[in-house]
Design a protein around this ligand. Structure first.
Ligand code: MG
Length: 258
């Protein structure tokens, strides 16, 4: 177990889905240490696209990876779950997931292990933030500094104001210097899934799922539009997936008993 906490220092649990060795989580943990005791609980390898998977069919191992740093052979959701119940000296004040190498906007939010890490914190009753940053065309992030500094700003605000129950924040940064900050909706613009089919050395086909072209730009107040125009996007997400538009129409179906 980590050292006893200072009573007046918040405990901040940090996770990601790019794996504990990714540069984004190092930048995030270091920046957040200005605000409190940071405890890192992260996957031992990249788990991008893991969504909100919780490992139930096999045991999980936790390896010490340095002071207040734990490497876990599980998903981001597993890491937050173990982090909250087993690895922090007290219930964390805040969960921050990231900094992801690549955006998590539009429909990608549902696949994202980064967002799921924050979602797990929210479900456990802890204010939580997911932070992702755009890459260049080669998939690289030149500098995690702006995202790390903005994560500290967001963390400060959340510590100050709190968040409504079951709300998490999804934060995305554009490449380069942001022009400003926009509060956005989760957009519908997304990647069109592409599957590459090739043959292995034995002549058997294998398939590799990859994001491809973007569909046309969607809502002007959506997350992707903000990023396209060079703004930081902050989207409040609801952990409750009920679509209240469906309640009355479905009641009218007068569904019979089986
Ligand atoms: Mg990732």
């Amino acid at each position: 177990m980590p050292d006893s906490p200072h009573p007046d220092r918040p405990v901040i649990l940090v996770t990601n889905d790019d794996g504990i060795e990714a540069p984004g989580i190092a930048a995030l943990a270091e920046a957040l240490s200005a605000l409190g005791q940071v405890i890192v609980a992260a996957p031992d390898r990249e788990r991008s696209g893991a969504g909100h998977a919780l490992t139930l069919s096999q045991p999980l191992r936790v390896h010490d990876a340095g002071p207040d740093r734990f490497r876990i052979d599980g998903t981001p959701t597993d890491c937050v779950h173990l982090g909250v119940f087993n690895l922090t000296p007290q219930k964390p004040t805040l969960v921050v997931s990231g900094i992801n190498r690549g955006l998590n906007v539009g429909d990608d939010v549902t696949y994202s292990g980064t967002v799921a890490g924050a979602l797990e914190g929210t479900l456990l009753g802890i204010p939580s933030i997911a932070v992702s940053t755009a890459t260049d065309d080669d998939g690289n992030v030149a500098d995690y500094g702006p995202a790390a500094r903005f994560a500290v700003t967001m963390a400060r605000r959340v510590l100050e104001h709190g968040l409504p129950e079951r709300q998490l924040l999804n934060v995305n940064l554009p490449q380069g210097d942001p022009k400003g900050v926009r509060i956005t909706r989760q957009g519908t613009r997304t990647y069109r899934a592409a599957v590459v089919e090739r043959l292995d050395p034995s002549g058997r086909p294998y398939y590799w799922i990859a994001g491809a072209d973007m569909t046309p730009a969607g809502e002007p107040d959506g997350d992707h539009a903000a990023i396209d125009q060079g703004y930081i996007s902050v989207t409040p997400l609801d952990a409750n997936m009920t679509d209240t538009r469906g309640l009355a129409p479905l009641a009218d179906w007068e569904l019979p008993l089986p």
